[in-house]
Structure formats: C-alpha cells, structure tokens
Design a protein around this ligand. Structure first.
Ligand code: ATP
Length: 265
C-alpha cells in the first residue's frame, strides 16, 4: 500500500495561474487533496479542468503559483520525471498501443519506472532480468485486479471500448502511482460499465492505496464516489467541499444552470 511520507496534503495546488494569450485558463486556483481521498474536479466546458491536469503532468507550465506533491515542489520538474515522482494519469482519448496486446500495454507502463536503462536491456544484464520479472509480476497482479486475465494476450484494438478503458487504467497503475489523475473515465461507457467503474475507482483507492483526482462530467459518478469536490468556472475555483454541500452551492447551481450539465444542481 502506498502511503505519504509527511502529514501534509499529498497534493497542494497553490494560487496557480495559467494564461493563453488573453485567456485566463486558471486564475489563482488553490486546492489540496489529502492522501487516501477521491477528489472530484468539475466545472462546465472550458472551466479549466484539463489545464489543471496538464499543469500536474507538466505539459503546461504554471505562469504563477506552485504545485507541491508530498511536500515537494513539482511545478518546475522536467515532464519526464513526473511518472517517477508517483503521479500517473489516464487520457480522455486513451493513450494505448492499439496493435499490442493488453499485457504488452501494461508492461510499457511498468517499464516507465524501471532503472536498468537501454544498455542494461540490450545486454540482458542480471539487474535488467530481475526488473523484467518484477514487471511481469506487476502486470499479472493488475490483470487480475482489473479482471483482464481472459483477454491478456488479445490485441487492444480488437477489444470493446469499456475494456480498453480498463487497460488504460492498468497502464497507469503499472507505474505504482501514489496519485492517479483520471480524465473523464466514464466517457463512452454504458450504464453497467459505469457501475463497475465506480466500484473500481473505490478499489483503486482502498486496495491499492492510490489517491485519485477525477475530472468527470458525469455528475452521478462524481457525487457518488468523491470525498471532496472542487468546482471551477471560467478558470476560478467557485466551490469546494463534500459532494452534498457542493451540489447545493448557489454559484455551482448558477454555473451549471442553462448549460448542458444542469443535472449537477
Ligand atoms: N493550449 C491552449 N491554447 C489556448 N487556449 C487554451 C489551451 N488549453 C486550454 N485553453 C483555454 O483555456 C480554457 C480552459 O480550458 P480547459 O480545456 O482547461 O477547460 P476544461 O474545463 O477542461 O473544458 P472541457 O470540459 O471542455 O474539457 C478554455 O477557454 C480553453 O479554450
């Protein structure tokens, strides 16, 4: 089980501002996520949710403000260090190798954190063989956890979309993240798959000890599984707190009323 090494919040976003020309995508946004929480990050289209994720993955630079992970400032680290720091993510449009098997996709996720390097792999050094065994064991563990054993050797592109989404979760989990960023995991899933997803996200938190930050338009899912919800609108944080309080917040109701997501209210 992953545990934080300090008593501070696992993730602290402090006064982060991001501008694109004249657009203020994030305007001094601050929030924290405690270890062991599922935190929902919601808001209407264009509110700034993806920009937060892209700052956390270091795809975007924060123009101002800072991001701390487990007490360490990460907002200035190089992008390739983020997986090693313990932050994993999934993508709205799935980041999978369609022509490779489910197991191979998971192994790619495992190898992102392996220290042996190119020369070690080329020469099949003992250390590299050990990390390969460990990667296979981790992939087996996650195939079981995600109920993907039966399709482990199948080509990903041949699988239903809902199954591909579980493969992507597996790829992200192979790197043993302490914080998992889920980008619209419910998008494209049917009703039955949605119920399975809610249970799975809880299990990722409870059994694997992974803290979850969830961007999602499906309000039913967010409100059902989140311990806290942060609401953005036009790049500003307009509310945060437990789901029951957030859904009654006047600014949240106002932000969603008239939009495509009025069910938030
Ligand atoms: N790379 C970029 N270049 C210019 N503008 C951008 C860029 N990325 C985001 N924006 C702008 O920043 C604002 C916030 O966008 P963002 O994608 O973070 O919103 P979002 O809440 O994720 O929206 P959605 O729910 O539609 O995905 C929007 O006005 C968007 O047009």
């Amino acid at each position: 089980m992953n545990t934080p090494s300090t008593g501070a919040p696992l993730l602290r976003v402090q006064a982060v501002t991001v501008r694109f020309g004249g657009i203020v995508a994030l305007d001094a946004v601050s929030f924290s996520v405690e270890a062991g929480q599922i935190c929902g990050l919601i808001g209407p289209n264009g509110a700034g949710k993806s920009t937060v994720f892209n700052c956390l993955s270091r795809i975007y630079d924060c123009g101002a403000g800072s991001i701390e992970f487990d007490g360490r400032r990460i907002s200035t680290l190089p992008r390739h260090r983020m997986a090693g720091e313990g932050i994993g993510r999934t993508f709205q449009n799935l980041a999978l190798f369609g022509s490779m098997s489910v197991r191979e996709n998971l192994l790619v996720g495992c190898h992102g954190r392996q220290p042996a390097g190119f020369v070690g792999a080329l020469l099949r050094l003992p250390g590299e063989r050990r990390t390969e065994r460990e990667a296979q064991a981790r992939a087996d563990e996650l195939l079981r956890f995600l109920a993907l054993e039966d399709c482990a050797e199948r080509i990903v592109a041949d699988l239903p979309f809902g199954t591909q989404k579980r493969v992507e979760l597996g790829r992200a989990l192979c790197g043993r993240p302490r914080l998992l960023l889920l980008d619209e995991p419910a998008c494209g899933l049917n009703h039955e798959e949605l119920e399975g997803l809610a249970a799975l996200i809880r299990e990722i938190r409870d059994r694997l000890g992974v803290t979850v930050l969830l961007v999602e338009h499906h309000m039913g899912l967010v409100m059902a599984i989140s311990d806290q919800v942060v609401v953005l609108n036009f790049g500003r944080k307009i509310a945060e707190g437990p789901p029951a309080a957030v859904r009654q917040h006047p600014e949240v109701i106002q932000a969603y009323l008239g939009g495509a997501h009025a069910d938030a209210a």
